[in-house]
Design a protein around this ligand. Sequence first.
Ligand SMILES: Nc1ncnc2c1ncn2[C@@H]1O[C@H](COP(=O)(O)OP(=O)(O)O)[C@@H](O)[C@H]1O
Ligand SMILES: O=C(O)C1=C[C@@H](OP(=O)(O)O)[C@@H](O)[C@H](O)C1
Ligand SMILES: [Mg+2]
Length: 196
Amino acid sequence: MRATKFFDRQEGAKGLAERLKKTVALVGMMGSGKTAVGTALARRLGVPFLDSDAAIVEAANMSIAEIFERDGEAFFRARESEVLARLLEGRVGILSTGGGAYLSAANRELIHRKGVALWLKADTELLWNRVKHKSTRPLLRTADPRATLEDLVARREPSYALAELTALAQPEYSIAEMVEVVVDVLKQREDVLASV
Ligand SMILES: Nc1ncnc2c1ncn2[C@@H]1O[C@H](COP(=O)(O)OP(=O)(O)O)[C@@H](O)[C@H]1O
Ligand SMILES: O=C(O)C1=C[C@@H](OP(=O)(O)O)[C@@H](O)[C@H](O)C1
Ligand SMILES: [Mg+2]
């Protein structure tokens, strides 16, 4: 028993010695865990964490909802593209995008040129359970937000499916477990996550 535990720790220690070679952009629907899993993943790999929404909020000194309300979605999308370009120029890290970012062909092209996209795929039920109590997502401020979410999932999935990598989110996975799922996916690509 003890020997097994010791062995497990050794494997864990080895896991820390992985080196991220390309920025990984997390893409997918609101509530899929891009921000939460991305934060923990960056810490796990010892690399910077970037979030395009947070960068927009910081630059504008307004919340996402306020930006949508005052300046409209088109304005937000323009800022989002600028921020993505800027964040992809920096050090290699984990970049969590906003749920709409990967719908733009120009943004997809940029991400593919500078890094690699990983889709955090989750079904509508899971997404809904994660976002239903939050008022921070202006696109869901409709008469029937659940139907809106379903509609967005249906329309967006073909774009998310263009990501080179996919990790499946399951309701029973904690954030830490989801990080390990993502690490396993990244390890399949030596040019993205190398064991050193
Ligand atoms: N694997 C998970 N287990 C438990 N809660 C999660 C998990 N992933 C995300 N969450 C929670 O779900 C909510 C939405 O996640 P978030 O990271 O903001 O998603 P996104 O950035 O993709 O919109 C947050 O409250 C977050 O803490
Ligand atoms: O799906 C979308 O179009 C959006 C998702 C949000 O980010 P998260 O996916 O991190 O919630 C945020 O960028 C904005 O509310 C628009
Ligand atoms: Mg987010």
